[in-house]
Design a protein around this ligand. Sequence first.
Ligand code: ADP
Ligand code: MG
Length: 306
Amino acid sequence: MSAPKIPLAKIGEFGLIDQLARLVKINKKEVIKGIGDDAAVLAASGGKYLLLTTDMLAEGRHFTRTMGPGGIGRKALACSLSDIAAMGGLAKTAVVSLAVPPRLNVHFVYDMYKGMQALAKQFHVNITGGDTIAYKEIIINIALLGEVEKQCLVLRSGARKGDKIFVTGPLGRSLKTGKHLSFVPRIHEARFLVKNFKPTAMIDISDGLAGDLAHITQTSRVGAHIYADRIPRVKGASLKEALYDGEDFELLFTLPPDDARWLVDLKKGRFDFTYIGDMVTRQEAVKLMDQQGKVISSVGGGFTHF
Ligand code: ADP
Ligand code: MG
């Protein structure tokens, strides 16, 4: 099958990824989950799966030099850690590819690595290699390997009608507040969930609540009702910002009703899980509801790169 001669912008980021997913042929014995989740899930021994994810940050798009090298390096690893969290796993090893302008000060790269290493230490990640090239702008790409016990794996595709939808923290204005440079990946929250409950679907919110909820509803073949007054917002964030701003890096997950009741009753205060809605039938699509259970609006997709 040959590809149509049309600009990428016409099919969009996810249209492109769909096409690429059809092109690659995978060995189903070795690959439990390939393209289409937060990380690839690979067969391994000892009752575990391997998890593999990669993220690329480019200067001018995800950061500017004025944001400071430590935060940039930290963010590069934090994005990948967030994807491992979304699978219910623990991170192990990272390799780091760097494109750097020859005129960039050595200090800048050194401080980027200091930021990255501090977070790596916090989450027991070993930085074990990478690649370096000269280029006119800074690009950082991190590939992160993790693992998860088979029974703890959570995909995007397991949500069922009647499941309750939760998020791990307030949403919106991440780029404006600087949260995108300092957020703590939700590994501990995810591990608490997979060890004590049975989440049916999970994703990290990188493209905005609306967009990432759509990834869950589409792969799980369900619809969703989310309640406007329940969506936790960062101080000063509007409902629109909470729904559509990217780079929150909170977890969005679903629980069966009994598990959800237990989670809500658990007032330990260790983690902050907020119930925001319910999974419904696919025909209902994704809708924003008011307190009286009336539909305010349909919720469209979130951020895409092109
Ligand atoms: P996330 O926001 O969780 O990092 P993305 O939206 O970037 O996930 O990607 C969605 C899925 O598409 C993932 O499974 C990812 O590995 C896959 N993907 C993205 N870009 C490519 C690519 N160029 N080639 C193959 N798979 C890709
Ligand atoms: Mg993700």
